[in-house]
Design a protein. Structure first.
Length: 91
């Protein structure tokens, strides 16, 4: 998780300093091409880099995750959805 957190914050820094945008901004799509159990998306949601008021938009429109292994897909979907629901209170 520490490495994932470092990558997320480094991405935020690079995006802000190179493009003048942040992960929370509209039309900044986030793609996790090898989602596995969803660690990157879960840690992103928990990181505070996306404020709670932006979470519904980001979650429904700008977060993209792909996984080919069926069991990992199910685990990832549960982990990501539970994290989102626990942060927003929307079930």
């Amino acid at each position: 998780e520490h490495i994932v957190d470092f990558i997320l914050h480094s991405t935020q820094w690079a995006l802000k300093n190179s493009f003048g945008q942040e992960l929370k901004d509209g039309n900044v799509h986030i793609l996790d091409p090898f989602t596995g159990t969803g660690t990157f998306i879960v840690r992103l949601l928990q990181s505070g880099l996306i404020p709670n008021e932006d979470l519904p938009r980001k979650f429904t429109q700008e977060l993209h995750a792909n996984e080919m292994v069926l069991l990992a897909y199910y685990v990832g979907a549960i982990n990501i959805e539970e994290t989102y629901f626990s942060l927003t209170g929307k079930y």
